[in-house]
Design a protein around this ligand. Sequence first.
Ligand code: PLP
Length: 407
Amino acid sequence: MVFNNIDFDTYFSRYPDKDGYFGRYGGVYIDDKLKAAMAEITEAYFSIAQSRRFIAELRRIREEFQGRPTPVTHLERLSNALGGTVQLYAKREDLNHTGAHKLNHCMGEALLAKYMGKKKVIAETGAGQHGVALATAAAYFGLECDIYMGAVDIKKQAPNVARMKILGANVIEVTHGLQTLKEAVDAAFEAYSKEYKDAIYCIGSVMGPHPFPMMVRDFQSVVGFEAREQFTKMTGHLPDAVVACVGGGSNAAGLFSGFLNDPVRIIGVEPLGRGPKLGDHAASLKYGTEGVMHGFNSIMLKDENGDPAPVYSVASGLDYPSSGPEHAFWRDIGRVEYDVVDDEETIDAFYKLSRLEGIIPAIESSHAVAYAMKLVKTMDHGSILINLSGRGDKDMDFVIEKYGIRE
Ligand SMILES: *Cc1c(COP(=O)(O)O)cnc(C)c1O
């Protein structure tokens, strides 16, 4: 399919280009020592990760350990409650081992680390979800695992800290600055620049310097390719629209990869939080401007000094002031639409899906559900496939405390 002069039949072999660009976005904006480390990973990715042996091993792990393929579920009661003319379906990444899509790229990254002869994986984590997924992968492959985490987040996320420790990871407390995600990223990068001979940095979404946006997309694309096959087998046709939430953008990139070359509307949903004022949301693609942060060029939310702005969302996995470079590219060429839902709409969707379908979604994923529920009202027939990126067990206490039990 050709869209806006771009031939999507050959898209994956041409994007990103050899320097890691999706149009004007992406690249490698880091110091020379780390550039050399990234080049080594890129080289290994193209040689090792495309080999038959690697692909076969990853496929076996996905089946035997992760529980893939995850199913597609017809959300019949929710569809009926919204009028019954449009049918909603969910790709169930909440049923992936550890309860979210993040393990898809962590297993890929850790397998690559093993093939490269590395002994350790390093990452930062905010809410702890990426840390838990990576600690799981490290335990599976027998790799050491250093997770950098701000002291404030360590206090807030006790269950995830416990999980990481039980899985054998070293949780390293970061005590400077605001003691949250940004400081953890800085500390993890600093450690990596000293240890890159023995270690590999594992980024938690489709962001960071090349090759990570490409690698994480490719490892997540299993979601979209499975979903396309399952959906067409189930219904005999393609969905009219596919919808996913966008923080950094990995679960969305995974689902979208399966449908880029189809006549299907693709919609990424960003968190509007408390509203459109800077500081009250994390809708970088809607309100941001071009800029470089954390090693890549993309669209980001900036404060008056041009630094990454403070962001907010009820979903801690979505409160990031930028999005992956490929999303910025898809937005510019018009292949993917990006829109927003706020906290209230999200919590409403969280309860609707729980009550009508027996599925408690992650608050992140509830953004996609909320958007699909609004989209139904603009369509007179058809079907929508939602990426249910994770389960909501981690969010239950917070939702009850902040919003109470709802109908
Ligand atoms: C981390 C997380 C997200 C956000 O990350 P993306 O890279 O944007 O996918 C979404 N959903 C869940 C369940 C998560 O844990």
